[in-house]
Design a protein around this ligand. Structure first.
Ligand code: FES
Length: 135
């Protein structure tokens, strides 16, 4: 049985190359899937890669997000499908090892430092019923 991935990478499929009508998100998804697969089971079994229509980073195409259960989420912009796939795979390896997903810009691959549009802390939501049980 194939294990369920613990992480996901979401690529905007609506971003356009600046000044053109070309939408490179689908191309980026295919390149990223191939590169993650080539990275081996430790990475490929742990990541699901999908597309979404927009992540509100439209001025910085292409945008790519990393998510994981109980982990900080990241949104990166200015991703070039022809140049940045290696940086995305390197970050996938790194992200998988971070317990809370949190890392500073200096710890990320060079390309992803200035390309970070958001780093959102993990949401650990205590439901009122859970709080009651704990006290
Ligand atoms: S069109 Fe890609 S983030 Fe909005």
């Amino acid at each position: 049985m194939t294990p369920m991935p613990n992480h996901s990478i979401t690529v905007c499929t609506s971003c356009r190359h600046k000044g053109t009508t070309c939408k490179p998100g689908f191309q980026l998804i295919e390149k990223l899937k191939d590169a993650i697969e080539a990275a081996g089971d430790a990475v490929s079994d742990d990541f699901e890669i999908s597309g979404v229509a927009c992540m509100a980073g439209c001025d910085r195409p292409c945008t790519v997000a990393y998510h994981g259960s109980r982990k900080a989420a990241y949104l990166f912009g200015d991703i070039d499908p022809d140049a940045d796939v290696d940086a995305l795979v390197t970050f996938a390896r790194q992200y998988a090892t971070l317990n809370d997903g949190w890392c500073n810009a200096s710890a990320r691959p060079q390309k992803l430092r200035a390309a970070t549009l958001a780093r959102v802390p993990a949401a650990i939501i205590a439901m009122e019923a859970d709080v009651g049980r704990a006290s």
